[in-house]
Design a protein. Structure first.
Length: 328
């Protein structure tokens, strides 16, 4: 499925099968989970997608062909996961200081390089991962972005005992399981009046769940915002104890309204999370099966990608949408 222009539906068409270049794997795609970032790309909210583009950056597949001079950690037939971070230069100041997620020349799967809404894709082997055996191809796909970016956001909260989560979508649902596993007290904020999601959060183990316009019963040590809604930032800030941190976990957010300096005073911090490092992926893929982190999924065929995206946009999915390539 190909995106020719933002704000247009994806087109199904035959494209030549890619070849594994130097250092690359040709992967036969089994599944690819749909991420909110895909919607941001389609809606033209991210500045420079490669066009035409094959979307999709939560790819599970099997190695079909190995290019020259490729990292030997993979063999033909191995199952691999391909996430958002597709390539870095390894040379810039960010890469050399363990912050390849900020690389000046990074390339991103399903955004600046072709992704996994397809039967085949190629990927730089150094940015592919073995996946835990515990999960099948559908179950593991949502872990590759919602899980990884969620995990990076979560790690930024340090040892926060009381953790707030604003927006209880796919990433929040996965990371809440990790937080509970690690003994954190969880406070979940949803759209005001969304009692169903609040109930889901409590069933999962949240100490408290309420509307984003409410204050938690106790001040929070940290809050992660997964909703792309800027006004949540000052609201979350006001829910923090001294020294607390607000982590914005999304790639896109509407503007943040101004707020009083008193809300930031006493060493409160606001930060964002950009992309992921391979270390985040190694850590999370090792941790996830031990929790075990489980995603709710809803499957679609590749041809139904536009339907999956429309239902995601309308909030009508019951779990993360996962495209299954050989569904027919
Ligand atoms: Zn770099
Ligand atoms: Zn994503």
């Amino acid at each position: 499925m190909v995106l020719d222009n933002p704000r247009k539906p994806l087109q199904l068409r035959d494209v030549p099968r890619p070849k594994a270049g130097r250092g690359q794997l040709l992967v036969r795609v089994a599944t690819c989970a749909v991420c909110r970032t895909d919607l941001h790309v389609i809606d033209g909210e991210l500045p420079d997608p490669k066009l035409p583009l094959i979307l999709g950056h939560q790819i599970v597949g099997r190695v079909q062909e190995i290019g020259e001079e490729t990292d030997s950690k993979f063999q033909i037939g191995d199952r691999v996961g391909i996430p958002w971070l597709g390539w870095t230069d390894g040379e810039c100041a960010y890469c050399r200081s363990g912050r390849e997620n900020l690389c000046d020349n990074a390339r991103f799967t399903g955004y600046t390089i072709n992704g996994g809404y397809a039967e085949f894709t190629v990927a730089d082997a150094r940015f592919c991962f073995h996946l835990p055996d515990r999960y099948n191809d559908v179950e593991v796909a949502p872990l590759l972005c919602a899980g990884l970016i969620g995990y990076r956001s979560y790690r930024k909260t340090g040892n926060a005992r009381r953790l707030g989560i604003y927006g209880f979508g796919n990433a929040a649902h996965l990371i809440a399981q990790v937080a509970l596993h690690e003994g954190r007290d969880l406070f979940v904020f949803t759209r005001p009046g969304d009692t169903k999601t609040q109930q889901d959060a409590k069933t999962l183990g949240a100490k408290w769940a309420g509307g984003s316009d409410e204050m938690p019963p106790k001040k929070l040590d940290a809050a992660i915002i997964f909703a792309s809604v800027g006004p949540l930032v000052p609201m979350a800030l006001r829910a923090l104890a001294k020294g607390g941190i607000v982590v914005c976990g999304g790639i896109h957010m509407s503007d943040i309204p101004s707020f009083a300096y008193a809300d930031l005073w006493e060493e409160r911090v606001i930060t964002s999370v950009a992309n992921l490092t391979r270390r985040d992926a190694d850590e999370f893929l090792e941790l996830a099966p031990r929790v075990p982190v489980k995603a709710h999924t809803e499957t679609f065929s590749l041809e139904q990608a536009n339907t999956a995206l429309d239902r995601f946009r309308a909030g009508k999915l019951s779990g993360t949408a996962v495209l299954v390539m050989d569904a027919n």
